[in-house]
Design a protein around this ligand. Sequence first.
Ligand SMILES: [Zn+2]
Length: 855
Amino acid sequence: MNIVYSTSNFSQLTISRQKMERSFVNKIFSRSKFLILVITFTSIFPVHSQPTEVMNSSEIKLALKKLNVLGSVLYIAAHPDDENTAVLSYFTSGKLFRTGYLALTRGDGGQNLIGSEQGDLLGLIRTNELLEARKIDGAEQFFTRAIDFGYSKSPEETFTIWDKQKLLFDVVWVVRKFKPDIIITRFPSNGDGGHGHHTASAILAEEAFNLAGDPNKFPEQLRFVDTWEPKRLFWNAWTPLLESRKDDLSKYFSIDLGSFNKLLGKSYSEISALSRTQHKSQGFGASGRRGETLNYFSYLLGSKADNSLTENIDLSWNRLDGSQKVNELLSTAEKDFDIEDPSKSLPILAEAYKELSMIPSSYWKKVKLNELKNVIRSCAGIWIECISSDKSGALGDDVGLTAGIVNRSAFPITLKSIKLNNLASEIFLNKELTSGNFVSQNIKANLPIESKLTNPYWLERPHPQGLYDVEDIKLTGAADFRNEIKCQFVLLFNDTEILFDTPVYYRWTDPVDGEKYSLFNVSPPAAIRLKNKTIVFPDQQSKKINFELVNLSDNLSGEIKLNLPEGWQIEPSSIPFNFKNKYEEKELSFKIIPPQQNSTAVVSFEISTGIGLSDREIVQLNYKHIPPQTYFPKAEIKLVKVDLEQKVNSIGYLIGAGDDIPEYLKEIGYDVKLLSDDDLESAKLNNFDAIITGIRAYNTREKLGQFNTNLMKYVESGGNLIVQYNNNRDIVTDQIGPFPFTISRDRVTEENSPVNFINPNHRLLNFPNKIAASDFDGWTQERGLYFADKWDPKYETVIGCNDKGESEKDGGLLFTKYGKGVFIYTGYSFFRQLPEGVPGAYKLFVNLISAKQSK
Ligand SMILES: [Zn+2]
């Protein structure tokens, strides 16, 4: 990184951009080409969403007390939302332990209640929701490489998809690095936790508990972390389960999570609700419980305890050799703290920092130095920021930054130097920071062309099903890490030198939301914005691929082309472009001609520019409850040629909880209208060849209860109603179909489970498309969910399937005639298969839509 510092202008540059451009032509900014992390840090910090705020006096008081507690606890479960946030809050702010939550997954396989993101992007949202939750309950967040693949019935099935040894590696790493005195699991390992991922998390926690101290297990980790033996392991029992089993609660350890923290003015159960409410993509808003709330813990492994979870664990400074002086200083600081003027503590805290710095390196030294640093910063009311003039900078471009700092105490502090990351030489200022005087420093930096993009580390490389592919072992367990630029400030408190740092942010003022920040992104020079990730060709007709080309550099010209496999044709072969302004966008399109035979292909984009090639897409997520997210995955589209016979045209679609099926039906040529509640009331339903209800429509659309009779009349007079899966709780009508059937929790999670053609001559398997066994190849995540388990004999079953070791589930596709029309219920998960371009799923879904036309 080449950096020139100047207080007044940006005139100097060590290497000109032109020189860079010449030397790096023909480089591709791809995941695989840039294995060297050019912007590096000495340790892995979590990504923050804005410059760190200082603590108020009562929070400082609590932090001072916490400085004198040397204990830690790690909570382990499987998903975002599994964690008991009241327990985390109790340990962080009540017991004053260093507290962590290790979630095996980022929740990538769940359903999104606030948008249409699924898979990797849903995992990115949930990762940030967890980080927001941790800001409230004060715990730290960790993950393994496991990818949530939806519901799993057993840990055995789970471990066929997740490589158990690799996951054990991750859990052992987190235990060795975090060094918990106690580990708490949310679920038991006996299967009572239901979901296979849940049981797997308990199995892994128990095995890691026993193995983390063994130097022969994963010895390759010992270059970076030491072995560690936690004291004991507990299961955080689920109170309703204990009560339903009529367990003797006296044999469990109990904690009152309703106890009140006077310094925070809240009980742990109240803090818990605020934290849990961050899980917005799951709709988990929670209310605080007030009053006694007992929670139970069952001892499982390690040193026996008689009275409390933490008994016989030394929580004092005695754990750290040579810390006696530090202990004395920090005890005095806590005792003498002046809530009216925290800065009075600065001399003694600075002395404690210096003493602690001189003790030989160890785990607790590192943890406590970090805590102490934040207490010192808060006592002085120091605000630190480094703000970019632009929200992103392209590789090879120059970026203007302004570092700023203000000391809001009377204590004399000197700003010794400022530095970007740890590559460039420091700029020495030796400037005294007088109280209330905001000091700023302009910095001009050039973003090295071989730098990595600011992508979330776990999404940096393509990944198969199962686990993310993370190259750097040191990132194991990290919640988030990106190749962000950081600005370091070296401050002198008397003669004690303390380094503070902050990521570079872009800042703006929103007319509604006020001060807003986003992480400064290192971007490719240009990127593609895609509308659809899958394009289906139902016949020999050519189709246009429409996309936007986004300029992320200054004036930029070049050409864009698509890399197509053999058999597919494209017109034109490339498109030239010329941009004047940064962030300018152009709508472009290529014409694609499919091959004659059915085929599936992945095409990639290639943007050639004067400063090299880019093969990236730009994805931006803007949700109010998490920081704005910008991510640059490889720009790819899936092309699917599948000959489809379609017998009808117009479809009415009743969106339920949210799915993208209408878009994909339009893609293959249907005329799709989204139906409002008003449409349900009117008699115009008869205009549609078929009406389809979206996933969980009968759970989410109140009016369907009242107007389902209109849908039945529609069927009776010759329509075709297709109802996709609904949850069996909170259904808005007693009877969805013309004849009774009940929806169960039956699901088939093995997406490759064999499918039995119960009724091979049935119209749904033959008209207008002939369905073969091969049409069930390549399905994703699952076969389906919420199958019916009982139905009126007037319904016909068509196909059945089951997970290994279970009986066949035949209620996933029910068909019946009613009046002049037909009614279909299906739990098969078309909402996952159509966006993924699964050809057989298209053929079968088109047959459902055409069911009325067959005799
Ligand atoms: Zn869970």
